[in-house]
Design a protein around this ligand. Sequence first.
Ligand code: SP5
Ligand code: ZN
Length: 353
Amino acid sequence: MPIPVVWSPETRRHEPMREVWVGVPTDGTELPERVDRILDGLGNQPRVEAVVHGDEVLRRVHAEAFVDHLRTVHAEWLAGPYDDLVGQDRVAPYVFPTPAMTQGMPLTRATATHGRAGQFGYDTMTLVGPGTWEAARAAVDCALTAVDLVTNGAESTAYALCRPPGHHATRDGYGGSCYLNNAAIAAQALRDADAGRVTVVDLDAHHGNGTQAIFWERDDVRYGSVHVDPGAGWFPHFFGHAHESGSGQGAGATRNLPLEEGSEDAAWLDAVRELAQFADGTDALVVSLGVDAAAEDPESPLQVTADGYAAAGRLLGSLGVPAVVVQEGGYHLDTLGGLVAAYLGGHEQGSNG
Ligand code: SP5
Ligand code: ZN
């Protein structure tokens, strides 16, 4: 049975325009066109438009103050003097109340919108514009609709074409082109539907620090990831090392498999195989499907091929459990759709085998 593609036209509404990286405004890479390129690549699979869901699961994963901030901050920015003052309409942080500033003291709410921007956003690349909230919220609906399809028994696997991606978003903040953590919300929704133990397997080229953080101290949702080694200088820099394995109740429930730059299918698939073993015995699976580990991708130095993604799909599909596949990164427009199709084709094959 072909895997249904859950999508929403609303996810096109976020236009990053630019990303400030090491002080330099660069062109955004997480473009609305990604949605259409992926839809084109999945032309033969049934499409399901996302159903609007309430905020219950969203608010179990993200803090209320953060969600409210994301929902309202762009309108506040427009109401402020910024468009005249700085001539641009994107919410961009400039001061970050990290521990270097707070030193353990309690924070008082910043009254200025440009002050508050740095409380909930943790990098300079991830700006908030008109439509960012609507797109991020629609991506959550894609994830939740995909969960519904597998929990009501209509499908064993569903694919959520989420955009913007989510795996860098933490309980309290956004970053890394991510605003709301679609995969974490899917995992929580599976838990809430009594799907049993859930494992998130993250194939994006970058470590999903947000998902890891959300489930760090939990053992009911496990998190495993293969990604380019942050220790070799790659985003998210501070997380994704092999020694990070969870804490408290969640001790041992996190697995990180960082790879050297230039790693190809063989090494990447060895890691995916290890993640499939890590997930063995799970009752349900969430796959954070970033296809930016592909050789052509401009954002990662990994060298995975479409055949590699298909083989990864077979490995995870053969776990034979209900699965929600959530789109994360992947930025090379010409190959994006084919890579997603390759993974899903493999997953379907594996689950039938
Ligand atoms: C979901 C996902 O794949 N997020 C990627 C976040 C990592 N971005 C790091 C960007 C580093 C520099 N990119 C320079 C080109 C900017 N246009
Ligand atoms: Zn990525």
